[in-house]
Each structure stands twice: as C-alpha cells, then as structure tokens.
Design a binder for this molecule. Structure first.
Ligand SMILES: [Zn+2]
Length: 195
C-alpha cells in the first residue's frame, strides 16, 4: 500500500503526511486521495483503519487537509494563524473519538471509535496538527524550497536546516535539475573546445 503513496516518507508526522496528499501545490497539483477508497487506503497505511468512507467524508477530510496546510504554512512563516482554518481543525479534533493505547512492544497506537468512522480518524490527524502548530513537539515547521511545492513539513533534523519536504521527490528533482544544468554547461564548453 505504501508504494501507492510515495510521498509519505516524511518521518512520522501524521499531519504533514496528510497535507502531502496534495502534491506540487504551486505547480501541476496532484490529488493523491481522489476517491473515498483512496482515503480509506491512506488511513489504513497510516495506522488509522476505518470501515468505509463516503464522498461527504472525503470532503471533510480535504477540508481538514487544506486547513492544516493553511495553518501550518502561517506557523512556518511566523504569520497569524487563519481563523477559519483554526476553526475547522478544532471542529475535527472535537468531533471524533479516538484513544491512545499502548502496544505490548511499547508503541503508541490510536484506537478509533467502535465503528471506526472517518471522523474519528480525522480527529487524530487534527490533534496531531495541533501539537505541531502549538510547538509542543521537538522540531520546526518549514516550507519546502521547491517553488512548485512549498509544502509545509516538520523538520526534526538536528540542525533544523532541512530544505525539502521529501528528499525522494522534491530533493531529488532539484539535484537532477542541477546535474542537468551542469551537463549542459559542460557540453557547451566541450563544443567550444572542438571549434
Ligand atoms: Zn516539496
């Protein structure tokens, strides 16, 4: 299942993995949860298995996602948090049932309400966003340096100098672009030598 969501290797930050389901926000945006089933798959891959998802619940999820993106972006640049986004994050956090449980091997898992509905899963994502934006977690919100991406990500590196939302996508693309530019320059130089 993970292979279907190649952009989610962002560490273990649930909220920014979720905002990453819309990639290339400032370029040719790609929607990674185009259907309710894809949201179900994404939630399962992130430890939040739900039984089903309706189109209306998918809309709720996307609304939460864009609200987290707006609030996290504001937090990353030190701007005031947009009130409508804060309202939606809080609504989703309040309107779900989920409990942290400890696994036998000492990890935390989320146990959703008995009928495991999408609203419960969204409340976990909203709570995760709140903990990041409130600065409770060890790390720093930053924006991806790629001009076509600008995704908000949570930098947990020691130096807090991470530039890309994901090395496998934006980081790699940038490296390749630099490499190609160098190749072109070197090629032009070689041609000049011949003539
Ligand atoms: Zn990026």
């Amino acid at each position: 299942m993970r292979a279907r969501f190649p952009d989610f290797r962002l560490g273990n930050v649930l909220a920014t993995s979720f905002t990453g389901t819309l990639t290339e926000r400032h370029g040719n945006a790609v929607e990674r949860i185009p259907t309710p089933q894809r949201l179900v798959d994404w939630l399962a891959a992130n430890g939040l298995a739900v039984d089903s998802c309706t189109t209306a619940q998918l809309e709720l999820a996307r609304q939460l996602r864009e609200s987290i993106h707006a609030a996290a972006t504001a937090a990353a640049i030190g701007a005031a948090l947009p009130a409508p986004a804060v309202h939606i994050i809080n609504e989703r956090s309040i309107q779900g049932r989920a409990a942290a449980v400890l696994t036998p091997d000492g990890n935390r898992r989320w146990r959703l309400g008995s009928d495991s509905c999408v609203e419960d899963a969204l409340s976990v994502i909203a709570a995760d966003a709140i903990s990041i934006i409130a600065g409770e977690r060890d790390g720093k919100l930053a924006l991806c340096a790629s001009p076509t991406c600008r995704a908000a990500f949570f930098d947990t590196s020691q130096s807090r100098t991470r530039r890309w939302c994901d090395m496998n996508t934006c980081g790699n693309r940038q490296k390749k672009a630099r490499f190609n530019a160098n190749q072109r320059r070197n090629g032009a130089a070689a041609r000049m030598d011949v003539s």
